[in-house]
Design a protein around this ligand. Sequence first.
Ligand code: BMA
Length: 330
Amino acid sequence: MKKTIIGDNLPNIPWENKPADCSDVLWRYSGNPVLGWNPIPKAARIYNSAVLPYNGEFAGVFRADQKNGRATLFFGKSQDALKWTIGPDPIQWVDENGKPNPTSYAYDPRFVKIDNTYYIVWCDDMHGASIGLGRTTDMKTFIRMPNPLMPFNRNGVLFPRKVNGKYLLLSRPSDSGHTPFGDIFLSESPDMIHWGRHKFVMSKGGQGWWQGVKVGAGPVPIETTEGWLLFYHGVSTTCNGFVYSYGAVILDIDDPSKVKYRSRDYLLTPEKPYETTGFVPNVTFPCANLYDAETGRIAIYYGAADTCTALAFAQVDELIAYIKNNSEQF
Ligand code: BMA
């Protein structure tokens, strides 16, 4: 049978079948949250987290708010991508010569393997919110690289392979606070150092309100026969502040600045107690996905209420058909 996902098989992907009474295209893991309050001695909350397959098991870079409130990144490993061994200390970044090169704060990581190197992109401090970039080949030494873009910017997401010979990076220019605007852009690089040829990808808005304030790319895009499948968060505003939901978009495979289809309604919005209650209520914020090309199974990791890490599932053909049949007109 023709496979929709162009990529590796992952027979040990965490998975639960869709409950019989669920009519949604995404469904939550019944064991959510997979990480809750005070998950390790040095972190109060671990939420917007990034995971990937590694040597038959799983590795992850986790946003952890320390007990002084400051956000930083921890590294962790897991056999099943559900029970994690994290820390005990934050990632110790070094420069190209092995000298300490610490971050002042770091949050919302994305983690991706390109060729034989694992790259981490996060929100960094470069005189304000900016995109941080680092790499590792052994999950032991983490090298901090030059910031790819000027401040202020967040939600940097690398594509998992070069497209037309160039590395591609999505980002969302912002201010350095709780930005009340934001659209997604694409930049390219020949070498992961020099970034340019910036292009607009997609804007906040649409017919509904759930993505009316700002949008930001989520997990690493999944290559499919229909284009790049990208989950993204959309934000609306209420009397009580922002609400973070998420949807998905399908981008052209050769020119991912072109949007082919975009979910009109959210795919998941804060509903469960661990999503509506916590350090920041009403937040669902996806930063990673695992997939199995053989079965088309997708597992999405999302932060819930800036407190927990949670998991949702989708089947790629059902999801793509839904997005195509329920796409924004633009
Ligand atoms: C964004 C980031 C995310 C966070 C979200 C909701 O600006 O700070 O880390 O999950 O706000 O608070």
